[in-house]
Design a protein around this ligand. Structure first.
Ligand SMILES: [Cu+2]
Length: 180
């Protein structure tokens, strides 16, 4: 008797698992946007109004900036706000240096990112861009977006996600029992 029961239980659990996989409300991943800084026409270069470019876009956590430039003529430094305004990279205001000519920067945190070119006089000449990254954005606001620090208002919707998950399990188990 325990042997046959074990078999039935295995089949039941297998069916429940299969049904749960079908019913599980997998959270949809909102697509992260990718932005070529200055757009493809200009890329990262001197003489481009990057403030105007940045104003045209709403950046959110998870989006990606692509800096395209001739690596012998420009570079990209992510800097502090102070260094962004002073263009003085001699202190400790430099966070990250990018020099490949095709640099993909993931905007992982909800904050302002400050970028400059460190070639002589380029930053002072206006080759700089400030990017404001918001925690939640995108076309569908009810889809929770993961945040870098995890401390935001997504907790409530995640709890809802959990409840729906249990409902799915309950339905799956019920279906499996009926099929047996
Ligand atoms: Cu430059």
């Amino acid at each position: 008797m325990p042997g046959s029961m074990g078999r039935g239980t295995v089949a039941l659990v297998a069916r429940a698992l299969a049904a749960a996989l079908l019913l599980w409300p997998w959270p949809q991943r909102a697509g992260a946007a990718e932005y070529v800084v200055g757009d493809v026409a200009f890329g990262w270069d001197s003489g481009v109004n990057y403030a105007a470019w940045a104003r045209e876009h709403a950046f959110a956590v998870g989006d990606v900036l692509v800096f395209q430039y001739v690596s012998s003529q420009h570079n990209v430094y992510e800097v502090s706000e102070g260094t962004y305004w002073s263009c003085d990279t001699g202190g400790n205001g430099v966070r990250v240096k990018y020099t490949s000519g095709y640099d993909r920067v993931v905007l992982a945190e909800a904050r302002t990112y400050w970028f400059i070119c460190d070639f002589p006089d380029h930053c002072l000449g206006g080759m700089k861009v400030a990017v404001n990254v918001s925690a939640a954005a995108g076309p569908s606001p009810d889809v929770p977006r993961p945040s870098a620090d995890g401390s935001n208002s997504n907790a409530a919707s995640l709890a809802g996600e959990g409840r729906r998950g249990w409902v799915a399990w309950g339905l799956a188990l019920g279906a499996a029992v009926l099929m047996n």
